[in-house]
Design a protein. Structure first.
Length: 116
């Protein structure tokens, strides 16, 4: 903190630091649409942002959140074992998706969907 205060007092443009931090925050900010999903094989809660995916190599599981609707439905693409790229459209809070593959059976429950 002391280094910053020294730099700021000597700087010709002290707002430059704040501007660069603001731009950095905006550029790295994740999309505000996200979902909280529970994978019942280990009762693991995961949080996935829009256009991101969750990968669990031990389960051979990939869950990708493609989109979130204004009605709080989520659009998922899930791969589990030999069941590849299965699309689930407009899933809502409380819904459970059951998947079976050569790896066994898992349940994916939608716990929370945020659309801001």
């Amino acid at each position: 903190m002391k280094d910053f205060e020294d730099w700021n007092s000597k700087s010709e443009n002290p707002t430059l630091f704040y501007k660069s931090q603001y731009e950095k925050t905006i550029l790295t900010r994740s999309d505000s649409a996200k979902t909280n999903i529970s994978v019942n094989s280990n009762l693991e809660n995961i949080l996935i942002n829009k256009s991101e995916s969750y990968i669990n190599k031990d389960l051979d599981l990939i869950i990708a959140l493609k989109d979130v609707s204004v009605n709080y439905g989520c659009f998922l693409n899930i791969s589990f074992g030999n069941s590849l790229n299965v699309n689930f459209d407009n899933k809502n809070v409380g819904e459970t998706i059951v998947l079976k593959s050569d790896k066994g059976k898992i349940k994916v429950t939608i716990n929370k969907v945020n659309y801001v």
